[in-house]
Design a binder for this molecule. Structure first.
Ligand code: GLY
Length: 361
């Protein structure tokens, strides 16, 4: 079976890899460089509890399932690529910055046995830089993280080693459809036929020509800006992710990442002083000692948002065209689950979860 995947982000590469492992002949095309869009801009958090909660919603179920797949997925990537991706499951602290947070988190800890409510002193014993004004914290032991930039490179290598063809700097501008079936794509450089197509182009997934309106995924870019801070001499990085005051802090190698803003401003990746100020103020409220840390990098990325905030996964209204988009804030977390759902959907015609069906809009 010949399959074309549109988009070499973490989703497109993971799906392409799974399909190639199962014997398909897969080509992944990207408008730019592999894994340099949202996959690069992300913080690499595998944060089911912090992002989706523990409820019985389809999104929380996907998030928790994906998080449970991550340890094996990370091991498999490292072994197939020979590269390190720094997966670690050190947990997260969700800091209560007021009484209402404290009440909410205490309740959550009571309802879930992998969540623990910590007093302020207990939280500060775990992460001494946390402000002494906080009201305690929820410790989510199963939350994890991965170096998302290393992950993109490693997944590209896994895909190629499994026999896949990866083509950068070739944007799919049109999908050709006849009698309700997709049969080819056009790029500025050529025309490529295949038996099935996976549209995994992140925030750009709704920008491809040739599709009837009902098959076009209603995805829009949701901008996020982030900072990376470098510690002054002698300072020690936090050992786990810390959330509070609407931001998260993620230790990554020798730097601390601070994220993220959330804006609906189209395909705009300009970095702004306003975002730097917003992120810095909140990070300082959470950890006042960060005032002595220097900004090492400031960047922006575009999350793929959907109208209902849920991912868009499975076969579209055009047969032979499958969508893997709308991951919104959770592209890295969802990756192994999306690869599982899409490879089954393409190769076995197995429908994915109803809540994420591309035909629901
Ligand atoms: N998952 C974090 C973010 O999108 O900002």
């Amino acid at each position: 079976m010949r399959i074309i995947v549109i988009g070499a982000g973490v989703a497109g590469l993971a799906i392409g890899w799974r399909l190639a492992q199962k014997g398909a002949s897969v080509t992944v095309l990207d408008r730019a460089q592999p894994a340099r869009g949202a996959s690069w801009a992300a913080a690499g958090m595998i944060a089911a509890t912090a992002e989706a909660g523990e409820g019985a919603t389809p999104e929380a179920e996907l998030a928790h399932h994906a998080r449970s797949l991550w340890p094996d997925f990370a091991r498999e990537i490292e072994s197939a690529s020979g590269a390190r991706i720094a997966y670690s499951q050190d947990g997260s602290l969700l800091v209560a910055t007021n009484e209402a947070d404290a009440a909410r988190f205490t309740e959550r800890a009571r309802a879930a046995n992998d969540l623990t409510w910590l007093s302020r002193d207990e939280a500060r014993a775990m992460e001494p830089m946390i402000a002494d004004t906080v009201h305690g914290a929820l410790f989510a032991a199963k939350e994890a993280q991965v170096d998302n930039r290393a992950l993109g490179t490693a997944l590209a290598r896994c895909f190629i080693r499994a026999g896949g063809t990866l083509i950068a700097n070739e944007a799919v501008v049109r999908i050709e459809v006849e009698r309700g079936r997709a049969f080819a794509v056009r790029t500025p450089f050529g025309y490529r036929e295949a038996d099935a197509f996976v549209l995994a182009a992140g925030a750009w997934s709704g920008e491809i020509g040739g599709l009837p309106r009902e098959a076009m995924p209603p995805v829009k870019p949701m901008k996020g800006e982030m900072l990376a801070l470098k510690p002054p001499a002698g300072a020690v990085l936090p050992t786990r992710m810390v959330w509070g005051h609407e931001v998260y802090l993620v230790p990554r190698g020798k730097r601390l990442l601070i994220g993220a803003t959330l804006e609906d401003v189209g395909f705009n990746t300009a970095v702004t002083d306003a975002a730097e100020d917003w992120l810095s103020r909140r990070a300082l409220a959470l950890m006042p000692a960060l005032r002595d840390w220097a900004i090492d990098e400031h960047w922006a990325g575009l999350r793929p948002g959907s109208p209902d905030g849920l991912p868009i996964l499975g076969e579209s209204a055009v047969s032979g065209l499958f969508i893997a988009s709308g991951q919104y804030r959770n592209g890295i977390l969802f990756a192994p689950a999306i690869a599982e759902i899409l490879s089954r959907s393409v190769l076995e015609q197995s429908p994915g979860p109803k809540a994420f069906d591309p035909r629901r809009f």
